[in-house]
Design a protein. Structure first.
Length: 134
């Protein structure tokens, strides 16, 4: 495997929130979407003068051990959310988003949990895109 293949498989650093103040800014904003599994908060880049932050949307993920005890569950949910964010990047408005677990992950097979998470997060991102077009 050459280095170019490795770079393509990674979620780019520019598409992630890194610092605690970035998370705080987004979390202090009004939650855009709530579901059975997730809260989604957003901070849109309407009034931001920094040109670099206007180029792409960024996402931050908060999946605590309290809400999903097993690491395999937390990591699977994070993968599902990242992939959905990447797939819906062209329809959601430019901004910062934080996705958090709303309640404890239900005890079921991982396949069922990922399917439910995928459908819910896709619904949230489509809802966000429709709300901001008005």
């Amino acid at each position: 495997m050459n280095t170019n293949d490795k770079k393509r498989a990674r979620f780019p650093a520019g598409a992630r929130l890194h610092k605690s103040h970035e998370y705080k800014t987004v979390i202090n904003s009004y939650p855009v979407a709530k579901g059975n599994l997730f809260y989604v908060n957003s901070f849109l880049h309407n009034n931001v003068t920094d040109i670099t932050s206007l180029k792409t949307s960024r996402i931050g993920l908060i999946f605590s051990k309290k809400m999903a005890h097993r690491a395999v569950v937390r990591n699977s949910l994070k993968r599902v959310v990242r992939e959905s964010f990447r797939a819906n990047a062209n329809i959601i408005p430019k901004g910062d988003y934080v996705v958090r677990l709303r309640s404890k992950a239900p005890i079921c097979s991982l396949r069922v949990l990922k399917k439910n998470a995928r459908s819910e997060i896709n619904y949230h991102f489509s809802k966000i895109s429709k709300c901001t077009k008005k």
